[in-house]
Design a protein around this ligand. Structure first.
Ligand code: PHE
Length: 450
């Protein structure tokens, strides 16, 4: 079979955990989570989101990692191979296809936002944020994203860095970067929460984020929370499956999944606690969507002593977090092309990188010259995000759960996971019944209303 080429493996369990946390923690936590929470009305969204992370997302993380480790190939071929071994139809490989296509769509717009982040490193460093007002911060963001050329240059730079790392193989330099820089981002975020807490409207922010107003909950908000939980955990796009394929047997997948979900949620909540005190202090809340983080944090950096240095570090570390996610988004398609034996890893990374850059350029221009273009009433980036987060990811996740729960022998998955018996029972129950059912309920409500 094509794909007989052996993948490399992580050099240690720690390296794997860091890479997986690196994939999960990214713009999804610091850029997307706050504006989704804002659009979802705050507390009710956050609580439903956290419930999805732990009740659906974490069991699915275990599922996806174990499929990858068992398959030892790219997502498409791993699914094909396992289905064959279990005597099931080849159609199951569609779960892998959905991941490869979905991750390609996501990287195309992720890199645009990664580019904005990169540009904010330079902006902070050059002192451009010093003393900036609410109006100034809004004007800066708007002039950046509506410009037809500048954001494309940053988008190209971000994609080039991603490709540069991927073509060397994900197990290389990534390891060191992640082990030092991810904890640094965490510490800086805690510092920012304290700063925002002291200078901003902390109580209002805590109330907003944690006191649920259930009248704001409806089927669309629930689907957004579900999509956001998948996006933030890097689920069902093949990234986690590829990372699982580089795993050796001695790693405890259950513990790994809990670590990833815990770290990921902690960063999202910290980001919320850093941003919303400023949002309320400056009355920034309405209709800011994709610009929320980029319009709030510069105000804080602009006011604090040493803000230029701290801001440079913050956006620098955020860029690193985004890159450790974007490489995991490029990896599913690159590993697939590489397996065909016709293309080297280098060529595959270049081809995918250029194609994703071109597709992403449309999302970027969607903020400026193409801002009149809407697809089903959404902007280009909004549309891409909706079909991946809210449709492809939950559906692929549901089929992954069904595959493991109903179409693979219980014994083979038990052997693969080698978990303690009672944990296995709980997990198996979640995967077999709760995950598919819960995802179905959310979809049912979207189609038929509450
Ligand atoms: N989880 C990443 C983030 O929050 C994004 C991502 C999604 C990465 C899916 C890989 C796969 O930024």
């Amino acid at each position: 079979m094509a794909g007989a080429k052996q993948h490399a493996h992580w050099s240690s369990r720690w390296a794997f955990i860091m890479a997986a946390v690196g994939s999960a923690v990214g713009l999804g936590n610091i850029w997307k989570f706050p504006y989704e929470a804002n659009a979802g009305g705050g507390g009710a969204f956050v609580l439903v989101y956290l419930a999805f992370v732990f009740l659906i997302g974490t069991p699915l993380l275990v599922a996806e990692l174990s499929l990858g480790r068992r398959g030892q190939l790219s997502p498409i071929r791993s699914m094909e191979k396992i289905a064959k071994e279990e005597g099931r139809t080849n159609w199951w490989s569609l779960v892998g296809w959905s991941g490869v296509i979905g991750s390609f769509i996501v990287i195309s717009f992720y890199s645009v936002v990664g580019g904005w982040t990169l540009s904010y490193v330079v902006e902070a460093f050059s002192g451009g944020m010093t003393g900036i007002t609410k109006e100034g911060a809004e004007a800066h963001f708007n002039s950046l994203v509506t410009n037809p050329v500048t954001p494309l240059v940053w988008h190209a730079a971000f994609m080039a860095i991603t490709v540069g790392i991927v073509l060397r193989g994900v197990e290389g330099g990534l390891e060191k970067a992640v082990t030092i820089l991810m904890p640094a981002l965490f510490v800086l975020l805690v510092g920012l929460v304290i700063y925002s807490g002291v200078t901003g409207e902390f109580t209002a922010a805590v109330n907003f984020l944690f006191a649920p107003d259930w009248s704001k909950m409806n089927a669309d908000v629930a689907l957004n929370a579900l999509g956001q939980s998948f996006f933030s955990l890097s689920l069902a796009l093949g990234s986690i499956m590829v990372y699982g394929s580089y795993l050796t047997k001695d790693v405890n997948i259950g513990k790994a999944a809990i670590t990833i979900a815990g770290a990921d949620s902690a960063v999202a909540i910290l980001a919320g606690l850093a941003i919303f005190p400023i949002v309320f202090a400056f009355d920034l809340s309405v209709g800011k969507e994709e610009g929320l983080v980029f319009m709030t944090l510069p105000i804080a950096f602009g006011q604090m002593t040493g803000g230029a240095v701290i801001g440079t570090f913050f956006f620098g570390l955020l860029t690193v977090a985004a890159i450790t996610s974007s490489i995991s988004l490029l990896e599913p398609s690159v590993s697939y092309l590489e397996e065909t034996d016709k293309l080297s890893r280098k060529k595959a990374a270049f081809i995918i990188g250029i194609a994703a850059f071109l597709l992403g350029s449309l999302s970027s221009l969607g903020f400026g010259v193409l801002s009149d273009v809407t697809i089903f009433g959404k902007s280009i980036i909004g549309f891409k995000s909706y079909i991946t987060n809210n449709l492809m990811m939950p559906l692929a996740g549901m089929f992954m759960a069904l595959f493991i729960g109903w179409f693979i022998s219980r014994k083979s998955i038990m052997d693969e996971l080698a978990m303690n018996e009672s944990w296995f029972r709980i997990w198996y129950f979640m995967i077999k019944y709760i995950c598919p059912f819960a995802i179905l309920v959310v979809f049912y409500n979207i189609v038929f209303g509450f």
